[in-house]
Structures are given as structure tokens and as C-alpha cells.
Design a protein. Structure first.
Length: 149
């Protein structure tokens, strides 16, 4: 089994990544949603070894994009309530990540090869981990204190 790095965290060659408490931002709703995304992606990794990997990926990306958009709306509402000063920039990061997920979903129509699906999943893992441990950690002090640090 081989490994690769995503945001400084090891991801096993079987395409699964595990939630770590260090990924938590301090809000129970946001943390539960982040953890659920990791679990969803791990389920997709398992499905890629099944009988219909291409259809599993298409189904996953449709639901993931919808759930991610909902999560971003909820996260931004929470951040607004805390007075997080970089909300506009954070929202722009959300829009870019959603566009990336939509682009991956569209690519699925053209690239049904399982190796391509695995590469796309790795890119999604990397983007998600980098967003959670990079961008989302910037607002952690605001959530933990309920106001500006």
C-alpha cells in the first residue's frame, strides 16, 4: 500500500482518509458536517472497487455538491454571527471549491476510467483537507471565543 500527502497529512494508497480531532474547528455543527464529508468520500473510495464505479462516482458527486453548498451556507451564517472579519474571502474560497467539485462532476461524463476516477478522488481529498485544515482553521478562534480573538 502506498501513501501520499494532502495538506501535510498522510492519505493511504487505498484512497481513504480518517478524521482527526485536530481537524475540528470548535463548532459541533460544522465539525459534524466536515466529518460526514470525510466519511462520504471514504464510502466512494470503497465503491470504486465495486461493480459500478463510474455510476457510484456520478451519484456521489451530485449529492456531495448539494451537501457541500448547504454546508457552506450554514458555515457562513455561523461565521457571520461570530463577526469573522474575512467572511467575504472565505465565501469566495467556498465558491471556488464548489466550482471545482462541479468541474470534477462534469469530467466524469468524459472519463469513465477507474484510474481517472481515483485521481479525481485524490484531488477532492486534497482540496477538502486543505480547506478544512487551512482555510477553516483561520476562523477557529472566533468560534471558540464567540467573538474576535
Amino acid at each position: 500500500m502506498h501513501s501520499w500527502m494532502a495538506g501535510g497529512h498522510m492519505v493511504s494508497g487505498d484512497l481513504r482518509v480518517h478524521w482527526k480531532d485536530s481537524f475540528a474547528v470548535g463548532d459541533p455543527t460544522i465539525d459534524a458536517q466536515h466529518k460526514a464529508f470525510f466519511e462520504d468520500i471514504n464510502r466512494l473510495a470503497e465503491a470504486l472497487d465495486g461493480d459500478a464505479p463510474h455510476q457510484a462516482a456520478i451519484t456521489f458527486y451530485r449529492a456531495f455538491r448539494r451537501d457541500l453548498a448547504r454546508h457552506f451556507r450554514e458555515e457562513e451564517e455561523i461565521l457571520q454571527a461570530t463577526g469573522f472579519p474575512d467572511l467575504s474571502a472565505h465565501g469566495a474560497e467556498h465558491e471556488a471549491l464548489l466550482a471545482s467539485v462541479q468541474g470534477m462532476e462534469e469530467m466524469l461524463r468524459d472519463y469513465p476510467d477507474t484510474a481517472d476516477l481515483r485521481l479525481m478522488l485524490r484531488r477532492l481529498f486534497q482540496a477538502l483537507i486543505e480547506h478544512v485544515i487551512g482555510e477553516d482553521m483561520r476562523y477557529r478562534p472566533y468560534l471558540r471565543q464567540g467573538s474576535a480573538p
